[in-house]
Design a protein around this ligand. Structure first.
Ligand SMILES: Cc1ncc(COP(=O)(O)O)c(C=O)c1O
Length: 361
C-alpha cells in the first residue's frame, strides 16, 4: 500500500455532493443572481442567515455568516478583544485558533482537557487568577483530542463564566457529525447571552464553500459585522447563495446522514485497529467528528515516532502546536475521515511498529 497520511483533518473527497452543488449553483443564480453577485450587508447573505436562524431556532439578527468559521475568530479578536487580554482555550486545542489569538497579541492560557471536558477545578482557579475575557472551547468531538464535554461540565463551565463574567466562544464544526449516542446541550442553549456559537458548512458540504456562521447576542453580532465590513465589505455571496439554495432544498439532513454512514465505519476501523495493535493507547473513544488522539507510552516521543513512521510510509503530524503553553511531546492526533477502513487498519499497524521501534531511543 502507498503512503498513508494520518495528518490533516479534512473531509473525504468522496463525501462532496458535487451534482447537488452544481444544480443548486445554476438554480440559485437564476433565482437570485443579481443579489448573489452584488455587494450587500456584511453580516451575510440574508436568505442564508434566515435559513440558519430557523435551523438553529434563533432570530436572524443573532446570526452572522462569514467566509468559513476561522476568520470569524479573527473578527472576534478585532471586535471584542484587545492586545494583552487573556483568552482561555482547552489544552490541547485547535492550533489555528492559537495562532489567530497570538497574532492579535492575546495571551492564551490552556485549561487541562480531560476525556469528559476541561478540568473544572483548574478552570475555576485560572479564572480567579487571570480574569479572562473569553473561553474558546470545542465541546463536541474536539479538535485535536476527539473528546466531548459532558453535560454536567458544560453547566459548570457556564456557571464559572457567569461568576467571573467572561464570554464563551463555542466552536462546534463537528457537532452535527455524531455517529452514535446522544447529543449534549450546546453551551449556547445553557447560556445564550454570554455564548457565541460557531459552526460551519465546510465539514458538511465542503471546505470550498468557505461558509461558516456565528450565533450570539445581537449587539455582539453587530460589532462583528462592522469589523467584517471593514475587512471585505461583504462575504462570498456567490458561495453563500449556492449554500442557501442547497439547504432550502432540504439537502442538509440527507447529506449529514450520508456523512455518518461514510465516517462511522472509519471511526470503528480506527478504534478496532488501535485496540488490536496498541491496546490501551486511546485517550478517549469519540462517538463522532474527525479525530482520535493518543498519548504515546512513557519515554516515547511523537517526534521520534514520526521519523520512524516516515520510514514505513506513514505520515503523522507533530502535536506540539495544539498545546498553547508547552507540553504535547507524546501527543498524537489521528484524523480518520479521509482514509478508507483498509488504509486506517494498515496505518495503525505501521504506527504500532513505529512506536515499538522508538522505544528506548
Ligand atoms: C475546531 C475548528 N474550528 C474551525 C475550523 C475551521 O473551519 P472553517 O473551514 O469553517 O474555517 C476547523 C477546521 O478544521 C476546526 O477544526
Amino acid at each position: 500500500m502507498d503512503t498513508i497520511n494520518f495528518t490533516r483533518g479534512v473531509p473525504a473527497n468522496e463525501s462532496f455532493p458535487l451534482d447537488e452543488v452544481a444544480a443548486a449553483a445554476i438554480d440559485a443564480l437564476k433565482a437570485r443572481g443579481p443579489a448573489m453577485l452584488q455587494y450587500g450587508p456584511s453580516a451575510g447573505f440574508q436568505p442564508l442567515r434566515e435559513w440558519i436562524a430557523q435551523w438553529q431556532g434563533v432570530s436572524a439578527d443573532r446570526v452572522m455568516t462569514g467566509n468559513g468559521s476561522l476568520q470569524i475568530v479573527e473578527f472576534l479578536c478585532l471586535a471584542l478583544l484587545k492586545p494583552g487580554d487573556v483568552v482561555f482555550t482547552e489544552n490541547p486545542t485547535y492550533d489555528r485558533t492559537i495562532t489567530m489569538l497570538r497574532r492579535h497579541n492575546i495571551e492564551v492560557v490552556g485549561i487541562p482537557l480531560e476525556s469528559d471536558g476541561p478540568n473544572i477545578e483548574a478552570l475555576e482557579a485560572a479564572a480567579a487568577k487571570h480574569k479572562p475575557k473569553a473561553f474558546y472551547i470545542i465541546p463536541d468531538f474536539q479538535n485535536p483530542s476527539g473528546t466531548t464535554c459532558s453535560g454536567e461540565k458544560r453547566r459548570k463551565v457556564a456557571e464559572i463564566a457567569h461568576k467571573h463574567d467572561f464570554l464563551l466562544v463555542e466552536d462546534a464544526p463537528y457537532r452535527p457529525l455524531r455517529y452514535r449516542g446522544t447529543e449534549e446541550p450546546s453551551l449556547y442553549s445553557i447560556a445564550p447571552e454570554r455564548t457565541l456559537f460557531m459552526c460551519s458548512f465546510t465539514k458538511l458540504i465542503a471546505p470550498g464553500v468557505r461558509t461558516g456562521f456565528i450565533i450570539g447576542r445581537p449587539d455582539l453580532i453587530h460589532k462583528l459585522a462592522k469589523v467584517a465590513e471593514d475587512t471585505y465589505i461583504s462575504p462570498g455571496y456567490l458561495a453563500q447563495g449556492i449554500t442557501y439554495e442547497w439547504c432550502q432544498r432540504g439537502l442538509l439532513q440527507p447529506q449529514i446522514e450520508r456523512l455518518k454512514k461514510l465516517y462511522l465505519p472509519r471511526l470503528d476501523a480506527c478504534l478496532a485497529a488501535l485496540d488490536k495493535y496498541m491496546p490501551g493507547a486511546v485517550d478517549a473513544r469519540p462517538d463522532g467528528g474527525f479525530f482520535i488522539s493518543l498519548t504515546l507510552p512513557e519515554g516515547v516521543l511523537t517526534s521520534t515516532v514520526r521519523a520512524e513512521a516516515a520510514k514505513r510510509g506513514l505520515n503523522l503530524s507533530d502535536g506540539l502546536a495544539f498545546f498553547p503553553n508547552g507540553g504535547g511531546e507524546r501527543f498524537l492526533r489521528l484524523p480518520f475521515c479521509a482514509l478508507t477502513p483498509a488504509e486506517i487498519e494498515e496505518g495503525v499497524r505501521r504506527l504500532a511498529e513505529s512506536v515499538d521501534a522508538s522505544r528506548g531511543r
